[in-house]
Design a protein around this ligand. Structure first.
Ligand SMILES: [Fe+2]
Length: 332
């Protein structure tokens, strides 16, 4: 073999080795890309957002496993915190940082409707939920839009039930909605068209607490205060009479109505006197009785043996206990 032939051979071998190593590098990169894609397909990072009135929050899940729930009031150290758009982005980024992820790692978004500034008016009450491309962090992101009471009703999905009647009650959702009934069947939730006009909502509790404490969202405090009082006929009868108004009216009108009917009680909760305690106990009595009656109507209409209570109105322990003791539900 001549020198020239040897050199040519070396050149060919070098070229082949380069080709092979280059191919290996390409293959390796392809493999990594494939692994990442596979990983992305298998592991959908989900982000759920709720602005609401007084309890903004963000949650993250990997497929069906909840990874993290951030309550704005804890993060911003302000009770009853409601985020604006910038604060919500801050909360999301804080969560992503904890999870060592970034915005583009999120596969799907779920946006709850109540007071959500990222939604157009037409999307503020979807029923059932709808998919939309929503501008989040400067890009269009695939987002499921979920109305407030549907979101409450989805608590059912955390229960052990295959089927259940779901009864939501709160002080106010989208477009003033305060009571809904859903039938849960497997993963499906179907809203029921039952007339709930005469049902008690959590609004009277909200208005009376606001009146008694002269501060909004004091329902929990009033529920505790009620334990120190005794229901009084004069308060019970007046509250019963006012229920149709108190179930639906706004704060301004509620304050006027309550000031006329219960003069002298406004802002007096801190006195812890007989009047404020008895007034609270009377409201509690009215609320519990109506909740039990309303649940009876639900039980008569829907023959399901399982009941799910959801929404702020279902944080009333005494009402829930009475419902449990009164009805023949297998499970609640
Ligand atoms: Fe609610």
């Amino acid at each position: 073999m001549t020198y020239r032939e040897k050199k040519d051979l070396i050149n060919v071998l070098s070229a082949t080795r380069y080709f092979i190593s280059n191919q290996e590098e390409i293959q390796k990169r392809r493999l990594i890309r494939l692994q990442e894609e596979t990983k992305r397909k298998k592991e959908n990072l989900l982000c759920g957002i709720a602005f609401n009135y007084h309890d903004s929050s963000v949650s993250f899940a990997l497929n069906n496993k909840i990874l993290l729930v951030l309550e704005a009031e804890r993060m911003f150290r302000k009770k009853k915190k409601r985020c604006d758009s910038e604060e919500m982005e801050e909360l999301i980024l804080y969560g992503l940082n904890l999870l060592d992820k970034d915005v583009d790692d999120i596969s799907y978004w779920a946006l709850e409707t109540l007071r959500n500034p990222w939604l157009e008016e037409k999307d503020t009450y979807p029923n059932p939920p709808v998919w939309r491309d929503i501008n989040i962090f400067g890009s269009h992101r695939k987002s499921l839009i979920v109305n407030h009471h549907f979101s409450h009703a989805c608590v059912y999905l955390f229960s052990s039930f295959d089927k259940a009647t779901i009864f939501t009650c709160d002080g106010g959702g989208d477009k003033g909605e305060r009571i809904t009934i859903y039938e849960g069947d497997g993963l499906n939730l179907i809203k029921q068209g039952i007339d709930v006009d005469g049902f008690i909502t959590a609004k009277p509790y909200d208005l009376c607490a606001t009146y008694l404490y002269n501060s909004p969202m004091c329902e929990g405090k009033l529920m505790a205060l009620a334990a120190y009082g005794t229901p009084q006929k004069k308060y019970v009868e007046k509250l019963e009479e006012l229920l149709p108004i108190l179930c639906t009216t706004n704060y301004e009108n509620g304050d006027i109505v309550l000031s006329k009917s219960f003069p002298g009680l406004k802002g007096k909760a801190s006195l812890l006197n007989t009047e404020t305690c008895d007034f609270s106990a009377s409201l509690q009595d009215v609320f519990v009785r109506h909740r039990v009656e309303d649940t009876k109507k639900i039980a008569e209409t829907f023959k399901n043996k399982n009941l799910v209570l959801a929404g702020g109105g279902c944080l009333n322990i005494e009402a829930n206990t009475e419902i449990w003791n009164t009805h023949n539900y297998d499970e609640m």
